[in-house]
Design a protein around this ligand. Sequence first.
Ligand code: PHE
Ligand code: ZN
Length: 877
Amino acid sequence: MRTQDTIYLKDYAASPYRIVSADLDFRITEADTRVRALLTIEPREDTAAGTPLVLDGNELTLGSIAIDGAPLVLSAYGADASGLTVFEPPLRRFVLETEVTLKPEGNTRLMGLYRSGGTWCTQCEAEGFRRITYYLDRPDNLALFKVRITAPLNVAPVLLSNGNLIDQGDAGEGMHFAVWEDPFPKPSYLFALVAGDLGSITDSFTTASGRKVALAIYCSHGKEDQCLWAMDSLKRSMAWDERRFGREYDLDIFNIVAVSDFNFGAMENKGLNIFNDKLVFAQPESATDADYDGIERVIAHEYFHNWTGNRITCRDWFQLCLKEGLTVYRDQEFTSDERSRPVKRISDVVGLRSGQFPEDGGPLAHPARPDQYSEINNFYTATVYEKGAEIVRMLATLLGEAGFRKGMDLYFERHDGQATTIEAFLAVFAEANDVDLEQFKTWYLQAGTPRLSVSDSYDGASQTYTLKLGQQTQPTPGQPTKQALVLPIKFGLIGPNGSEMSWTGVSGGTVRDDMIVLDTAEAEIRFTGVPNKPVPSLLRGFSAPVNMDTTLSQADQLFLAQHDSDPFNRWQALQDVGMALAVAAIGGTPWSQQAVTALSQAMAETLASETLDDAFKALALNLPAEAQISRTIGKDIDPDRVHMVRAALLKAVFTPLALQLLQTYRKLSSDAPYAPDAASTGRRALRNRLLGLLVSSDAAGAADLAAQQYAGARNMTDRLAALSVSALAWTPDAEALLAHFHTNFAATNPLVLDKWLAVTASVPQDMVIDRMRAVLADPNFPKTNPNRLRSLVGVFSMANPTQFARADGAGFRFVAETVVEIDSINPQVAARLLTGFRVWPMLEEERRAAAKTALLWLETSGSLSRNTADILTRMLA
Ligand code: PHE
Ligand code: ZN
């Protein structure tokens, strides 16, 4: 394995030259694409004569090169596949002209210019533009782009790039052209080009100041009517950003293009977002409620990037969470405002705990703002995105809504048009609110999930309630010692009658209204004037991304589940009760019947509640996931035991409720046509949750009920839910349902095929690996398509803990072998698939050894890409 050159934040230096404008001319033919670039370049003021100009390039072949129209002699420059150096460029403004030829057809990495289903399209973030032309491919070089595209009219009637269309016409010999100009200077990673034979839907949006923006979504012909939900989501996003943050759209056109082959979810290219088509296409027969949610969220996310990412961008890639954490926070707020805030918060926290916490607690842990990397594509992580969003959320919690908004306003005012840093971001909040955020900044610099410990006592005689809090963060790779963080802990004290208690005095810590701010390793906070012993409700709304150890009794937890005014903590309390029972049983202490009955009753009451909404109930009527239980135990995990104990607990808790579950299930049935609104989605979520509980607790007739629901389903949400509960429990019908689903739904729709692949890969049965091998061995399986691979192999490693971590090592081997094969096609996807191994250090000895064997085999398997080698090195460190 080759050693990686590491790039350090401390080495950041501005480039001695700036590219101020880029005039690009693409000539696209079926055979190849020729790119002629006219780059207007200036030396920086302090650049010395003779300083070479070094441009990035990747797998490029230079055709011709000239400065100010004069071809360069061979001795004046050096060019190879990885870059271009002009040894002594003029020490004044000049125009560098280069010509390269690309082969988009063979570009299976899906970075740079590639073809997806016949359409030419680009992906440039983070470092794809250097695969299109020699350039200063770094986010701090902002340039004006003008793009001319010439292509065959018959295969590419649609020609798109960033900004505004300023010219188009016939180019002779069956070719036509279009010229696009983007009035906003931008870094190269926001460049985009699309050429293809596409259908579209159009609409318009009038901004608050009265500007009419033409909106279009492009897709393959015949899919137009599946783009309506995306368009609706776009318009709502545009209106929300005006309302909530005062941000208007700034161009006359906003285009979205859906493509089938895409490494990530979507990309915020200026004025021309490119989307993975699974995040655009929605119709009730083939998309689930989760798909509708995902589309709304990602459309919003990419749109919001126009201000947080594009107008204000990152100085360097270490600052990635400047745009991503902030934009995820913004899309989360959008969904909260559009739908249910508590339900959104609970779902996001479930996602954070299952996606980010394991990353933060494993071999791939890194700060939200890393200070070194060897492959930037491996840093588009849950930590940068989701923890990044949590950090912004804490900032908003600490400053309050108005204070946060003041900071955001100053951020937009001061940094518009700039490429900036986390320091600059924090500075505007500090300044606008006159606070010191030095210690808060540690959240960006320190990896690992803090553990918050809590104990309390009450002294009736002095009416004093004491809360002892402590925080501790375990070492992570490269960070042996940790500092105390600023933890905003929203809380309440609940009295015996279930209502909030007040206090007359506080000492020993910082308490502001309903928030404790813990910024030391330990604190002992005394509340005086507390007439009765309260039950504390801590970390309301999950106000800080920590693991909290609670010492509450089961009775107190169930009391909270019933009385807490904070819906998040009501949900959390039920989860905690289930978690405690599961963890104890796995450790050899079986649950008492009494404890299980109490949890059953609490679940029954939750289900019967007239005030809680269906979506909340769907989330509450559950036990923590296997992976969540394993993470809580933390070491020597035997996934089979976790699986068995959880299944047994589920049965013990929900079997007594079978009748209520069934009756509620029936009551929730509806003949109304499918609608993706929050209430209808919640109703389906609860109904399908109940079906899942009935099937997994093995209630009489439940398997048949699932088969009936599958057969009678009138939308994909209900059909897929029935299929997947049947498959996970491996009911007698599971096999037939899977086959039926494949033939009747998956075979003709790749996005539905992904659902079949995902269900197939999740089945906790020994045959799963052979089945997946058979799927991959089919010559028609498109190994170049990231969605297909992730649905099968990604889901297997992340969502099938018993089979992935099989003691005989077959699961690890399967993933490792697939990674090697895919690595030669698409390194980014391969590296991502490998991250599923991050659980390995926490497994029991035999499985740990098996995982290590697979990883070591990978190490010797030949030449791995930089992407995959980077993950592997860190995994084994
Ligand atoms: N910037 C994209 C987003 O978060 C993600 C992305 C990264 C897409 C790299 C493609 C390549 O919205
Ligand atoms: Zn983003």
